[in-house]
Design a protein around this ligand. Structure first.
Ligand code: GAL
Length: 656
């Protein structure tokens, strides 16, 4: 297990370094991350490299047997470079330059920047390839942070045109596949195709709404691919110049501009930056963090690292609330429970200058470690005793949820009904499962579904006949699926496919959606397995044919028509849910479904504010029990042993 911190030696006098390392060692740290913003320190003027300071700090870490994650510094292109080549700056959708003064001020498709990237990465690779203390490389920092994936410069437009030409081959084909006949948008050559930017139809915070949805989706894919290509270029330089250790990148939570399912394939493992700074926040909010952990594990279906874990109050211009030190321990265990086997806290000590003076770390501004330091040190000691559980056992879930970035982007552009939010639908269902003490993987259609008892497919609109076929085989052999509203009705070009809803999934669900009602902000009554509850955002009006009805509308002109149905297919079952609702109601629905299909019970009875995460490897079984309440609780667990577990406020235990 890797346990450590993000450290910025370039911000502190050298005579402090030894003391910092002494304190890190005492805190049981075995790894630090260095240099992700240190380009000017390494190359203050063009072609003049200075690695002495970095060599020195790395050798001090080596003496203390603390390993290093070394970063390429490309998130902060130096001023000398920007002054020489100002066309590196990204351009926004209004044509404005996004200029100097913060970070990430570069376009992923700028050829000059790619050349300079290669130079600095090559210099670092050559210098550190044989350094045994450097055990991992991180590329850049948070690709896409500050809304930087989508750029609107001429280089991007040209690259987009090339991308389209490779994909569609002829302009006639593009016009036809994307439906450019609408509003006479027909293009006469690939050079005439635009990046979807500012038009007369913009409204609301510059959101662009009138472009062809297919062109928009292609642009989202292209922009995401541009990040992949830029990352691949860095990896190639590292590998060609002798770097053999694993390479990763720090992903972001609730960030959807890069197709992380694809992007993750570039790396040896995924890491991400986790800031659950919620003090006494509602349980649902902290379960949203668990959802993010499961998503990150799902990108490669393997363990991941937290490259930046919250270690204190955060803030740039103002600060957030101070976490209870016990919560720092809890959040760390939460990450580990969901599959993190590397934890690095952000950051060691808050800076005395610069934008993030208010972003706190483990130490305080005065360099003294107080309660936060003490608790993190304690966690480090505990992890030593848990090492075999953390390293050897894997998360085992009986339920999985399918999600795709094409759907993220398609729903984001045409969101069907006021208040429709794809990510919210998924997260509500995931939170509902957490509250039922049911663990859930998050993945895509490329993974093996046969190991799951239930596969949930929420709002899977951009879909294919192959998706439906894969699901059919899975269900016929005894699997169970839950499909929801807004599924099955768009093709890969973001066009409505014209099939009777739910399109590709119609036969499986065994229903026809004969009408629908975009509820917007209104809510309408429903009854059945949901109890007396409310549908929100959307209502599919269903002809259930031979299906069993589990819930129906109790309102409007479609009163008594079904909203949740159940259909038997081969040895399995397909449930269809035609409306959105709140977490409590999802919980009721999922309780009925999971009882029907007999998922394993981890606890005797759920306790509000307590999460359980199950792991196993061979005969070894472990249950992480996490109390997010600011009061003591007891819970009767059934796995791996029958036992009553007592937890303090924000307490955690691992039973194995
Ligand atoms: C992260 C970023 C860090 C730091 C932190 C606090 O998103 O990677 O460099 O800025 O937020 O703002």
């Amino acid at each position: 297990m890797h346990f450590g911190v993000d450290y910025y030696p370039e911000h502190w006098p050298e005579d402090r370094w030894a003391e910092d390392i002494r304190l890190m060692k005492q805190a049981n740290f075995n790894i630090v991350r260095l240099a992700e913003f240190a380009w000017t320190k390494m190359e203050p003027v063009e072609n003049e490299y200075h690695f002495e300071w970095l060599d020195k700090i790395i050798s001090l870490f080596e003496e203390s047997n603390i390993k290093v994650v070394l970063c390429t510094p490309t998130a902060t292109p130096p001023k000398w470079l920007m002054d020489k080549y100002p066309d590196i700056y990204p351009i926004d959708e209004y044509g404005h330059v996004r200029g100097y003064g913060s970070r990430r001020h570069y376009c992923f498709n700028n050829e000059t920047y790619k050349e300079y990237t290669k130079k600095i990465v090559k210099a670092m690779a050559n210098h550190y390839k044989n350094n045994k203390t450097v055990v991992t490389w991180q590329l850049d920092n948070e690709f896409g942070c500050h809304n930087t994936v989508r750029c609107y410069c001429d280089d991007c437009e040209k690259a987009f045109q090339k991308y389209l030409e490779n994909k569609y081959e002829t302009i006639e084909n593009l016009n036809e596949k994307l439906g450019m006949a609408f509003w006479s948008q027909t293009y006469y050559s690939f050079e005439s195709v635009i990046i979807p930017r500012h038009t007369v139809c913009d409204y609301k915070e510059g959101k662009m709404l009138a472009h062809n949805p297919g062109l928009w989706l292609d642009y989202c894919r292209f922009a995401s691919q541009s990040v992949d290509d830029y990352a691949a270029l860095q990896i190639e330089v590292l590998r060609e110049n002798g770097v053999t250790v694993p390479i990763t990148h720090n992903f972001m939570a609730k960030f959807y501009d890069i197709d992380y399912n694809k992007h993750a394939k570039l790396y040896d493992f995924v890491s991400w930056d986790c800031y659950p700074n919620i003090v006494h926040g509602p349980f649902d909010d902290i379960m949203e963090v668990s959802f993010q952990h499961d998503m990150m594990r799902g990108y490669k279906n393997r363990k991941f690292w937290i490259m930046e874990m919250s270690s204190g109050p955060g803030g740039w211009n103002f600060m957030g609330r101070a976490p209870d030190p016990a919560q720092l321990r809890l959040w760390t265990y939460q990450a580990v429970a969901h599959g993190a086997d590397g934890i690095l806290y952000f950051r060691w000590r808050p800076c005395l200058f610069g934008t993030e003076q208010y972003w706190h770390g483990i130490l305080d501004h005065d360099g003294i470690g107080r309660d936060r330091y003490k608790i993190i040190k304690q966690v480090g000691a505990e992890f030593k005793t848990l090492e075999s559980i953390i390293d050897r056992t894997e998360n085992v879930s009986e339920v999985c949820m399918i999600r795709s970035f094409d759907n993220v982007w398609s729903h984001d552009y045409q969101w069907h009904s006021q208040g429709f939010d794809y990510n919210q639908i998924l997260s509500y269902m995931h939170i509902a499962l957490s509250k039922l003490n049911i663990n859930c993987d998050v993945t895509d259609f490329s993974h093996d579904l046969s190991k799951y008892k239930l596969v949930i497919i929420p709002a899977y609109n951009i879909s294919t006949a192959e998706n439906a076929e894969m699901l059919r085989k899975y269900v016929k052999n005894g699997g169970n699926a839950l499909i929801t509203f807004r599924s099955g009705n768009r093709d890969e070009y973001n066009k409505i496919n014209g099939l009777t809803i739910p399109g590709y999934f119609r036969e499986l669900a065994g229903i026809d959606v004969i009408n629908y009602d975009a509820l917007g902000k209104d809510m309408i009554k429903i009854k059945g397995v949901t109890g007396d509850s409310l549908a929100a955002v959307w209502a599919d009006i269903i002809d259930q044919k031979d299906c069993e009805v589990l819930a129906a509308y109790d309102d409007c002109f479609y009163k008594n028509s079904p909203c949740i149905t159940k259909n038997s297919v081969g040895k399995g079952t397909v449930y269809y849910m035609g409306c959105h609702t709140d977490v409590d109601t999802y919980q009721k629905v999922l309780k009925v479904i999971t009882e029907n299909i007999q998922t394993t019970k981890l606890v005797d009875k759920a306790v509000e504010g307590v999460e359980t995460v199950y792991r196993e490897y061979g005969d070894k079984k472990a249950l992480f029990v996490l109390n997010y309440n600011d009061y003591n609780v007891s819970i009767n667990i059934l796995v791996p042993v029958k036992k009553t577990v007592h937890l303090e406020a924000f307490g955690v235990t691992v039973i194995y």
